[in-house]
Design a protein around this ligand. Structure first.
Ligand code: SAM
Length: 325
């Protein structure tokens, strides 16, 4: 179902906040409407259409026509190859990257603090485990994809002085925080900051010894394209190592983990970063990500060999390792 609110807003150069102010709705509501949250349509969509005085179809596309019918009967699930997941929402493929960009532009200033709070510092242990498995050596060239604020890169350089890391991330706001952190730590050499998409890396074929990606791949629109790119930039014999949230393998942990992620995390996002929506997306995107075995099969399908995984904290996160053979 086509929802044009985002296009309409962007055409006019309005932020979600500015549009919200214009129509008397909060930014989170605009964000929900843009994601097609049906539960809000009666009240909020009517308010939006009225306040902007535009034909409903301009704003909602086919969705406007579908509203009456949708009121009468619940829609049937259809599989649309042009749609993808954005958390629990289905969105047009072409829109996902922009929506993910908004999330990370919004969370960037508080990203590192929130990481520590949300995981109670455990993400540090998981990242340490990733570096321990990678065993970086001084002469290695490494691409840290979706490298954000530089956590993985700094850890690599700490362990292997003389290695070179290209941090590649699609979001300039995250990279800017990373660059500042590097300056604060006096890290000026052996690191570069590239703004680019994991699905079209700005790196030459066979140019790196390892590709790392931590908590990034679930945000990418096409996992297969990102894995193919990782393979392309790896030299033969190079290593792919991915750290990502995964499927909890201990049944006893699940109720606790669910309550924590669906109740506490969005609340923390609201209190600390003033942005409940973005953290709600992060939680949902974790649940949408394939489980350990499915992801392993996808890595193998991309042409990487000898894929193995290790569960971390009972499967809350997992490390997947594979090689370009
Ligand atoms: N790797 C860092 C870490 O572990 O702290 C940052 C992880 S953060 C949860 C996810 C990062 O993925 C964000 O910085 C975001 O901008 C980046 N990202 C999302 N989609 C991307 C894409 N298509 N290509 C490259 N980076 C992307």
């Amino acid at each position: 179902m086509e929802n044009r609110i985002r296009h309409w807003r962007r055409e006019r150069g309005l932020s979600q906040e500015a549009l919200g102010k214009l129509v008397g709705l909060g930014k989170p509501t605009i964000s929900k409407l843009e994601r097609g949250d049906l539960r809000l349509r009666d009240v909020a969509i009517a308010k939006l259409v009225d306040a902007l005085d535009v034909p409903a179809h301009d704003l909602l596309g086919d969705y406007a026509g579908g509203m009456a019918a949708a009121d009468a009967a619940p829609e049937e699930e259809t599989v649309d190859a042009t749609e993808t997941d954005f958390g629990y929402q289905k969105v047009p493929m072409a829109d996902k990257a922009g929506m993910v960009a908004e999330v990370f532009a919004s969370v960037a200033p508080k990203y590192d603090l929130m990481n520590d709070l949300m995981s109670m510092g455990i993400h540090r242990l998981w990242k340490a485990e990733m570096i321990a498995w990678l065993k970086p050596r001084p002469a290695m060239r490494i691409a840290d994809v979706a490298g954000g604020t530089g956590d993985i890169a700094f850890r690599i350089l700490e362990r292997a002085t003389g290695a070179h890391v290209s941090v590649c991330d699609i979001n300039p706001a995250m990279l800017a925080v990373g660059r500042d952190r590097a300056l604060d730590r006096g890290i000026l050499d052996n690191i570069d900051w590239l703004c680019g998409d994991a699905q079209a890396l700005p790196l030459a074929d066979g140019s790196v010894d390892a590709v790392t990606i931590a908590f990034g791949i679930r945000n990418v629109t096409r996992l297969d394209a990102a894995l193919a790119e990782a393979r392309r930039v790896l030299r033969p014999g190079g290593r792919f190592l991915c750290l990502e949230f995964s499927r909890v393998a201990l049944p006893a942990l699940k109720p606790l983990y669910d309550a924590y992620s669906f109740k506490l995390l969005p609340l923390l996002g609201e209190i600390v970063a003033g942005d409940r929506e973005s953290y709600q997306y992060l939680v949902e995107s974790i649940r949408r990500f394939p489980d350990q075995e499915t992801f392993k099969a996808m890595i193998t399908d991309a042409g990487l060999g000898q894929c193995r995984h290790r569960n971390l904290s009972g499967g809350v996160a997992a490390l997947h390792s594979a090689w370009r053979i």
